[in-house]
Design a protein around this ligand. Structure first.
Ligand SMILES: Cc1ncc(COP(=O)(O)O)c(C=O)c1O
Length: 401
């Protein structure tokens, strides 16, 4: 069979528009396509390939587990799931874990749990969910409605209700909107898709205080920011604010689909037997890989390495900017970084991405004005420097065009 990008248009639902190149092999932070062309990967599968491609320890773990047991369903539990849950609770504020397969599903569980907790404790009137403009929480109908981009949730008929949005970092707006009818505030501790926007310290602490005042649960969506990405195992740890519910996916499986919702015993008890579930959630293959990811990432070696690599990225990007004057700011934390285009290049982030691909560099955008980088946390310094020099060539071509 002739497998080409053209085949995509023939046989796939047209909700994506992938790049022309089709990678067939990955190792570390390098990818090779069907023609043998080699790319440096600063995209990391959108903040997923936390240990790069085909990390030998993950390959070994997956192979070993694949010879033991692949799937059991939740009628039976399994050893990798129990070990992973134990390690997640040991490493975080959480006491209880629910496994899902994707970020959206973990968020769906978090939102349903928050509603159920409020109904059980305070009655059915307490159902308002407050979230933030430009936030992103997934594509199920509940999560996409809680996400702060109406364009993604419009056009599918009646939406789940009692969901309100305000601007990120606007504590006064939250103070005005929140009430005893609010059951949860959901936020990303760094907005990823929305442009790599960090919360101000006063804002995030204020959100916690207001949630406490109104008995609303604080849900941190750490699907993109979690598992070492910011240099802390979870971003909340660097903010001095602890959520009531945390969701984690993407990097958790290092490329194998798995997600988790973490919470306390007191809150978790409201998801009684039969109230929620998933056939694949807690699948032994996914849990075995995620356990290994956690073992490797949650070490001073990797987490401190993120801070060092952030500094390398920042200084390289600043240097490029000194020459080409195209960014107003380099923002973000750890290895979730955004180069914000200045007014002259407003709306052109995709042009930079396309130019980077032409220089054999994979990167991401976060909206029309931000070029985003979310590479492997163990990317070598050499690959960072080589990738940045490819990016510099892409910038030079873009500003000249
Ligand atoms: C913060 C955040 N939440 C949720 C999601 C959705 O995750 P998934 O695509 O695995 O459903 C994403 C994906 O980009 C995300 O960045």
């Amino acid at each position: 069979m002739n497998v080409t990008r053209k085949l995509f248009d023939e046989v796939m639902v047209p909700n994506y528009n992938p790049a022309a190149t089709i990678p067939v092999k990955g190792l570390g932070s390098r990818l090779w396509d069907q023609t043998g062309a080699e790319f440096i990967d600063f995209a990391g599968g959108i903040a997923v390939n936390v240990l790069g491609h085909c990390h030998p320890e993950l390959v070994k773990t997956l192979q070993e587990q694949s010879e033991k047991v692949w799937h059991l369903s939740n009628v039976l539990t399994n050893e990798p799931a129990l070990r992973l849950a134990k390690k997640l609770t040991q490493a975080t504020f959480a006491e209880k874990v629910y496994f899902a397969n994707s970020g959206a599903e973990a968020n769906e569980a978090a939102l349903k749990l928050a509603r159920r907790y409020a109904v059980d404790n305070f009655g059915s009137e307490k159902n308002q969910i407050i979230a933030f403009n430009q936030g992103f929480h997934g594509r199920t109908f509940f999560t996409v409605t809680v996400g702060g981009q109406a364009a993604y949730s419009d056009g599918f008929g009646p939406k789940p209700s009692a969901i309100d949005h305000i601007d990120y970092n606007d504590l006064a707006a939250l103070e005005t909107l929140i009430s005893d009818k609010t059951c949860a505030v959901m936020m990303e501790p760094i907005q990823g898709e929305g442009g790599v926007v960090s919360p101000e310290s006063e804002f995030v602490k204020g959100v916690r205080t207001l949630c406490d005042k109104h008995n609303a649960l604080l849900i941190f969506d750490e699907v993109q920011s979690g598992v070492g990405r910011t240099g802390d195992l979870y971003a909340y740890m660097g903010l001095d604010v602890t959520p009531d519910i945390l969701t984690t996916a993407k990097s958790l499986g290092g490329g194998f689909p798995i997600a988790a919702m973490l919470t306390t015993t007191e809150i978790a008890k409201h998801l009684k037997v039969g109230t929620h579930g998933s056939t694949y959630g807690g699948n032994p293959l996914g849990c075995a890989v995620a356990e290994k990811v956690l073992d490797i990432v949650n070490t001073p070696e990797v987490l401190d390495g993120v801070k060092h690599k952030e500094a390398l990225f920042r200084s390289g990007l600043e240097k490029i900017n000194t020459q080409y004057q195209c960014f107003s700011e380099i923002r973000g934390k750890g290895l979730l970084l955004g180069a914000v285009l200045n007014e002259q290049y407003a709306g052109r982030s995709r042009d930079f991405l396309v130019a980077a691909a032409a220089e054999n560099l994979m990167c991401l955008v976060a909206g029309a004005n931000v070029v985003r980088f979310a590479p492997s946390l163990v990317i070598s310094d050499e690959d960072i420097l080589e990738g940045l020099s490819r990016f510099e060539r892409a910038v030079a071509k873009t500003v000249a065009s």
